[in-house]
Design a protein around this ligand. Sequence first.
Ligand SMILES: Nc1ncnc2c1ncn2[C@@H]1O[C@H](COP(=O)(O)OP(=O)(O)OP(=O)(O)O)[C@@H](O)[C@H]1O
Ligand SMILES: [Mg+2]
Length: 580
Amino acid sequence: MKRYFIYIKRVWYYFLFGPMLMVLEACGEFILPYISANMINVGTAGRDIPYILKNGLLMAVISLAMLIFGVAGANFGTRGAAELAADIRLITFKKIQQFSFANIDSFSTGSLITRITNDVSQVQNFTQMFLRGLFRSPVMIIGAIVMSFKLEQGIGWIVFMILPFLAFIIAAIMVASAPRYTVMQQQIDGLNTRVKETVTNQKVIKSFVREEDEIEYFSRINGQLFEKSVRALKLMLLMQPLSTLIVNGATLAVVWFAGQRIMIGNMEIGTLTALITYLTQVLTALNFLANIILLGTRAAASNKRILEVLDAPVDLHDNGAGQKEAEILQGSIRFEGVSFGYYKQKKEKILKDIHLEIEAGQLVGIIGSSGSGKSTLVSLIPRLYDVDEGRICVDGIDVRQLSLKRLRESVAMVLQKNTLFSGTIEENLRWGNEEAGYQELVEACKLARADEFIKGFKKGYETRLEQGGANLSGGQQQRLCIARALLKKPRIIILDDSTSAVDTATDASIRRAFRERLVGVTKLIIAQRINSVIDADKIIVMDEGRIVGTGKHEELMASCEEYREIYFSQRDSEEERPGA
Ligand SMILES: Nc1ncnc2c1ncn2[C@@H]1O[C@H](COP(=O)(O)OP(=O)(O)OP(=O)(O)O)[C@@H](O)[C@H]1O
Ligand SMILES: [Mg+2]
């Protein structure tokens, strides 16, 4: 909880005035029965009408003030808790944005979603109750007990005696339920991960006719969540009946002793009514306090999960934060003895001892069988992951020494599995560059051969895309992603198999445009077809995480066995399918 004080500081007035107003309201709660007891004892017994009127008016004024304090206090509590929750969500979100891919993999997306929504809500619920009842409940309990003693010492003890009993029950429930909440939140993680996967991959599920299995699986984990929730929450339900039982017992004792005194004329009826009201107040206040403590137990479990995110060490450090952003990179790339693996504990690496030299402005093709490490190789350049051994230099500077912002602004990468977002085409393009003018958008789209099909839409650049660009064809999505990358005006552009769904003629025309128009820009093109890279300045051939050949097409044909294999297998398969 300690670190939340930093955030509480911003909204301190809610945290000060909220509880204060609630305490003022509570004062009224225990003054009222006292006045009413006097009214019954003195006023009614002596038929003193002016006394009754005077005190009645006083009670009305106090009630009105209580209403105002109560509403204002509750309002402060609700707002304070909501603001705190909003702040926590924001810092958690910011932290997730800093996460490396390795960080995200270690939490799972579903769990991150639960933590930033459900877990923060638990903290918010608790804070709200806490602000409303933290001081109010103890003040009410102490007040009611003091007033009981004031009215009738002997019976005040009975009111006092219920405290240890209830404290014991609360403590027992708290200790028992705390671990159950953690289990419950973990169950919610699992459910969220599944929902996210199922909803985003509906097409796959439909095409494999897996709906029934998915429903079955879901109902199973949903059932588990149900069981774990009941297990955690049912203890809390015990609280109310148990405390009512104790207070009812106490009421019985009060009526028993008070009745005897009233009969011998030692006590008056009004005092008895007031005492019973105080007992009820102690019960209500204690129940509220118990709720706060139990919600707190639950919030503590959630809080721990939020802090796990906030405290997770980001394993990708931005070392060059202080650098001059203005200095534009030239775009030469050098790999020096690079090795890399996704799982650090595994000895076998995905990339092994890579040496590579790319000059600024070159067009470089990368080719190799599926799983040979092509995507992995290029993802190291903008530091989506960090190398395990060796180093990668851009303009002769180790990428780990460059500011991340500067590096990633200079390197545009069209990922193999790229996504568009819901919004218009124009909005999607502006992800590449917020400030680009309309003409720039059109230019980039022309270069990526996207302009033609966009113009074909009735609304042109205003056309709305559904989530993930679902209402575009695969090839259209790819060309839009290329245009978006071009708008960044990068020094290095990487296309990871980004024209796989585009027809050969358009593919060739995009490459020609790249060569002619992006003269100073370093271009890395990963492709499956040799034809896509045949005229590159340099072709890199990868096999099982190693570079097995570099050079121009003719050189590789002469020297590289793996390259020749790919070349002939592609030529053969094309001969088998004439016209393909
Ligand atoms: N995020 C990841 N976590 C763990 N392993 C991964 C991850 N991404 C890729 N791999 C593994 O790394 C190896 C190389 O994958 P990579 O994606 O670089 O191949 P590729 O050459 O791009 O293949 P393709 O032509 O099919 O795109 C594969 O064996 C794959 O299983
Ligand atoms: Mg790949």
